[in-house]
Design a protein. Structure first.
Length: 357
């Protein structure tokens, strides 16, 4: 039996959803998948599947020694193949040294290309000596690894994230039944995401004559900072980290999805929003501007400033229903054709077959 392990951060976001889809490889062949989730205590037990093992390693502020329990879990599981979805290359490297299996390692780069730091550069430069294959989510990241990390093109491939079939609604129409425009974003609430833009745009004079609410799903260190920017308290609501059923219900409560961000690998939240029949506004940044195609009615861009976003929200609020439904249908056709689970899994299987069999 082939043993596969995924090491990832245990929070809301694309990485977590990608791993849930990759876990379905179990259903098609004799494969045993395990997960090592890393993060604060509140994220414990995020994955719960009967045929998959999940281990949780709690992180502590200012501590660098949680690589030790990660290594212990790897020794316990004895995986043949390890997917590293974060920077935990040290325990993987140590396991590779001591293991008799000579495990294969695949590094999946989820960091937006325009936000890569010296830390990213250093880790990737060192890691290429021990990692067998790299997967990136878009062309910008691919060029980064080829040009800056000097990676052999035979060891890297672009595989965008996929839409989880649980987030696909059959009805293509989004019928508005209330005189309120509800917008929202699902993501980590940190410095890489621009929840502040959404808050300031909705409170801008451009939108003073519109009845708008904003719902945020996800957790993070910037929640209190954002709350201090709010002077219209009843307009904004923070839902925290949501499980699958509650997240779908959250999407259903929206009229418009907004991805305000400094950069993305390939946003699964945008995929989910499109699958749930929500028109999408997205920042004109790497990982979004090579995904959305406004000229084909697949999303709408805004610049990362308050007035630009406020104007685009107003543009959508005044949009006729037939135009909104055209956008919804175009988005749905686009993701089903290009980002299906089946296509995604087949691309990963090809790489696994190449490395293992």
């Amino acid at each position: 039996m082939l043993k596969i392990n995924h090491i990832l951060y245990a929070g809301l976001g694309g990485v977590f959803d990608v791993c849930n889809i990759l876990g379905k490889i179990d259903e098609e062949r004799k494969v045993c998948t395990s997960f090592i989730l890393i993060g604060p205590k509140k994220f414990k037990n995020k994955i719960s599947k009967k045929n998959q093992k999940t281990y949780f390693v709690r992180t502590y502020k200012f501590s660098l020694f949680y690589f030790i329990p990660i290594l212990k879990k790897l020794i316990l599981e004895k995986p043949d193949l390890i997917f590293v979805h974060n920077f935990q290359v040290l325990p993987v490297f140590l396991y590779k040294i001591i293991s008799y299996k000579n495990p294969k390692i695949i590094y999946v780069d989820h960091t937006p290309n325009n936000l890569k730091s010296f830390k990213d550069f250093f880790i990737c430069k060192i890691s290429k000596l021990i990692i067998d294959f790299f997967i990136v989510l878009n062309k910008d990241s691919y060029n980064y690894f080829i040009e800056n990390i000097r990676l052999n093109s035979k060891k890297i491939k672009i595989i965008p994230n996929a839409i989880n079939k649980n987030f696909i609604k059959n009805d293509d129409k989004k019928n508005k039944t209330k005189n309120i425009l509800v917008v929202g974003m699902a993501s980590r609430i940190n410095n890489l995401k621009r929840h502040d833009l959404i808050i300031e745009a909705i409170q801008h004079d451009i939108l003073k004559n519109f009845n708008i609410k904003a719902y945020f799903a996800g957790g993070g260190e910037n929640i209190n900072l954002l709350k201090n920017k709010i002077f219209k308290k009843n307009i904004f609501k923070f839902f925290g980290v949501l499980e699958l059923k509650k997240l779908k219900k959250w999407y259903n409560s929206l009229d418009l999805y907004i991805q305000a961000t400094e950069g993305e690998g390939h946003s699964t939240s945008i995929l989910q929003a499109m699958g749930m029949n929500l028109p999408v506004l997205g920042s004109n940044v790497s990982g979004v501007n090579n995904f959305l195609i406004p000229q084909k009615k697949i999303g709408i861009f805004f610049n990362n400033d308050v007035k630009s976003l406020a104007k685009k929200i107003k543009y959508f609020a005044e949009m006729k229903d037939n135009k909104k439904n055209k956008i919804i249908r175009a988005q749905k056709d686009y993701i089903l054709s290009n980002y299906s689970e089946i296509k995604f899994l087949n691309e990963y299987k090809k790489i696994i077959k190449k490395l293992i069999f």
